[in-house]
Write a protein of this length. Structure first.
Length: 378
């Protein structure tokens, strides 16, 4: 009995020493799961599906074509937009040519007016000396008045053309810019008949079928980038007093068992408990009330090298232990986010080649408007 008593006392002492030196600085939970992004792909334009290039569990790379829609209608609209831009450029180019011609007409009318005025003054002097007939004098005065009216008419025509042309060059004319915008919209609609993967990952939740008639905004499938997953560990509120951002964590997954241990870092603590973000948050001020210990989600980043060797899946159960010995870190993130956390360039590449097409159409249909542009800019 003495030996058993000493054994119990020794075991208790060892456990107390372990708790005092180690255990009290670790907070653990098995209410933890793998979380990650699920990028739902939706149709940006309507149409008939002619091909589906990926199925559930398939790996896809960024920019890979996943779903193809019938491009016939979009191609027709694109051709119409090209023709409209060419027609608009020619019309504005014609206005610039008319402007230059009207300037030449005004120069001729001014010369004609100067000649008519000179003839009128000479006829007036001769008529005063009775050197010419009254009829000849009247003809000279009428010619002078007609030259004045013709010059005013020509100047009004020039002003009208200038209003239509504006103070910009051909490429920045409102009608041309409107036609360019219509071409850009038609180009994008044509490009969007091909649905591409925004990021590399694995296909899930595929619902689209070949031959299906889809509408804009209709979900097609999802892409899950397993290279960008994290842990959401839900700790009790009584366990968060010493938890800080930057503290190390050890993680084991039921998927691999104890044979694989991940190392992570606390990167964020939720600004509220999980219950307050539900669709119907609790109203503890009404009815009977029973106190329930709340849980607060804690976000933990996983070492990328370990994650690459032993990939995880969304929703897997985890056991998480956080070392809270060092409490020098922040309780909540103080630094504001700067710049995008996730970014894809595949949609920006949809405009590749559009600018070259626009410039080619403008140049082929009168993009060089000659001296008239100098006159307008001046």
């Amino acid at each position: 009995m003495t030996g058993l008593l000493l054994l119990f006392i020794g075991t208790g002492a060892l456990y107390g020493l372990y708790w005092f030196l180690i255990a009290r600085f670790h907070v653990s939970t098995d209410d933890a799961y793998v979380h990650g992004n699920q990028m739902a792909l939706m149709a940006q334009v309507g149409g008939t599906v002619i091909a589906v290039n990926a199925d559930n569990t398939d790996r896809v790379r960024q920019g890979q074509e996943l779903v193809l829609l019938d491009p016939s209608d979009a191609r027709i609209a694109l051709d119409q937009a090209k023709a409209k831009l060419a027609q608009t450029v020619r019309a504005i180019h014609q206005l610039h040519l008319q402007y230059a011609e009207q300037q030449a007409v005004i120069a001729a009318q001014r010369a004609q007016l100067a000649q008519s005025r000179s003839d009128y003054e000479r006829s007036k002097s001769l008529n005063a000396r009775n050197a010419i007939s009254e009829e000849q004098f009247q003809h000279a005065r009428t010619a002078w008045h007609m030259a004045q009216a013709q010059l005013q008419q020509a100047e009004h025509g020039l002003a009208s053309l200038q209003v239509q042309i504006g103070v910009t060059d051909l490429r920045h004319h409102p009608d041309v810019k409107q036609a360019v915008a219509a071409l850009r919209a038609a180009w994008l609609d044509h490009e969007r008949t091909t649905v591409v993967a925004p990021m590399s990952g694995y296909i899930a939740k595929r619902s689209v079928q070949p031959g299906q008639q889809i509408r804009p905004g209709e979900p097609l499938m999802a892409v899950v980038p397993l290279a960008h997953v994290w842990v959401q560990a839900n700790f009790k509120e009584t366990e968060l007093g010493r938890m800080r951002i930057g503290q190390p964590a050890t993680i084991t997954a039921d998927f691999y068992g104890d044979s694989v241990t991940y190392h992570g870092t606390v990167v964020g603590i939720s600004p509220g408990t999980g219950s307050v973000f539900e669709l119907l948050p609790p109203q503890n001020a009404t009815g009977n009330w029973i106190k329930v210990v709340q849980r607060v989600p804690v976000r933990i980043a996983i070492d990328q090298d370990q994650l690459q060797k032993h990939p995880l899946r969304l929703g897997l159960s985890l056991q998480v232990s956080v070392d809270v010995h060092d409490t020098d870190g922040e309780v909540l993130t103080q630094q504001a986010v700067s710049g995008p956390l996730y970014r894809t360039a595949v949609y920006e590449r949809q405009l590749d080649g559009l600018q070259a097409l626009i410039m080619r159409i403008i140049e082929d249909n009168g993009g060089n408007i000659g001296p008239a542009a100098t006159e307008i800019d001046a």
